[in-house]
Design a protein around this ligand. Structure first.
Ligand SMILES: *[C@@H]1O[C@H](CO)[C@@H](O)[C@H](O)[C@H]1NC(C)=O
Ligand SMILES: *[C@@H]1O[C@H](CO)[C@@H](O)[C@H](O)[C@H]1NC(C)=O
Ligand SMILES: *[C@@H]1O[C@H](CO)[C@@H](O)[C@H](O)[C@H]1NC(C)=O
Length: 298
């Protein structure tokens, strides 16, 4: 319990810091906010004075590629537009994730992984949440559009109350903070946004049966319009932005795109009914002795 108490104390001091809010700007050039780290990448500058940059991450036989946000955030709303690898993308995984940097044992992570597929076969959006070092909270979706034809907006809203995952501003997944009953939730470790394209043909496509066709390489996914409204380090404190999130509203209080909770619940229900293809909370083969505690909580 000592660890939990320490987390809670750290969390309370974060809240105290957040009481003194000022504004942190969001938007701007991708390269002002992201470091392109490794692998075969491209930076395409648009015509709009550089504000419409696009980053291409590629995967070839030798390696994948990745970028990472220059800042870490302690709670944030992140939006990024992605156009996924077209055609035969089997074996490839395009991923954006928030991850804490220290203490692997107790690391926190919020994952969106796009699992490629054969030409004409649907991508899977695989989501997972790690808190205090443990994950295993997988929920998967089929998208309601072809994510390779155009850019679509994928968002993570991470507040002290909940994590929301949105696709084109529609909430598809919610994970609430239930620290009160001892379920870990990321509240005390800052996280950075990472974007990576890699090869995972041992498991990604149709359970690993379909392998990467390297004759199609290099594979490329494009990212643009990165927006982060978050709490960022400023001297010894954390300062939270309240910039205009897409859809309006204050990301920290207003939650998903400034939508009221009813609307958000409708969206989550629709995602569950129509687009969800796997949920760890209903996988009774995996949890014969009973589901994880959070599965029974609203
Ligand atoms: C794009 O803009 C960046 C930053 O100004 C510059 O370093 C880079 O060379 C430009 N790339 C291209 C392909 O024009
Ligand atoms: C958090 O992780 C630590 C280290 O692994 C562990 O000792 C502790 O029990 C965990 N806390 C909870 C609430 O799971
Ligand atoms: C790929 O397509 C097959 C057939 O439609 C489907 O069963 C599978 O879930 C799709 N996605 C992945 C990542 O394998």
């Amino acid at each position: 319990m000592a660890a939990a108490t320490a987390h809670l104390l750290a969390f309370l001091s974060v809240l105290t810091t957040m009481a003194a809010l000022s504004s942190v700007a969001a938007g701007g050039r991708m390269t002002d906010q992201l470091d392109i780290l490794w692998g075969p990448t491209q930076l395409l500058n648009g015509s709009n004075g550089g504000d419409d940059q696009t980053i291409g991450l590629s995967l070839d036989r030798v390696m994948g590629s990745g970028f990472r946000s220059k800042t870490s955030y302690l709670f944030a709303r992140i939006d990024i537009d992605i156009k996924l690898v077209p055609g035969n993308s089997a074996g490839t995984v395009t991923t954006v994730y928030l991850m804490s940097e220290q203490q692997w044992k107790t690391h926190d992570e919020i994952d969106l992984e796009f699992l490629g597929n054969l030409t004409g076969q649907p991508y899977t959006l695989h989501t997972n949440i790690f808190a205090n070092g443990s994950g295993g909270r997988e929920v998967q979706y089929r998208l309601w559009f072809d994510p390779t034809l155009d850019f679509h907006t994928y968002s993570i809203i991470w507040s002290s109350d909940e994590i929301l995952i949105l696709v084109d501003n529609k909430a598809i997944r919610r994970f609430r903070n239930h620290w009160d009953v001892g379920i870990p939730f990321p509240v005390y470790q800052p996280m950075r946004l990472n974007g990576v394209l890699w090869d995972a043909d041992d498991w990604a496509t149709q359970g690993g049966r379909v392998k990467t066709d390297w004759s199609q390489a290099p594979f490329t996914a494009y990212f643009r319009n990165y927006r982060a409204n978050g709490c960022e380090p400023s001297g010894s404190a954390w300062v939270c932005g309240q910039g205009p999130a897409p859809g309006g509203g204050d990301w920290l209080d207003g939650g998903a795109a400034g939508l009221d909770d009813m609307k958000r619940q409708e969206q989550l229900k629709e995602a569950e009914d129509m687009y969800m293809i796997y949920n760890y909370c209903t996988d009774s083969k995996r949890f014969p002795g009973g589901f994880p505690t959070e599965c029974g909580l609203a």
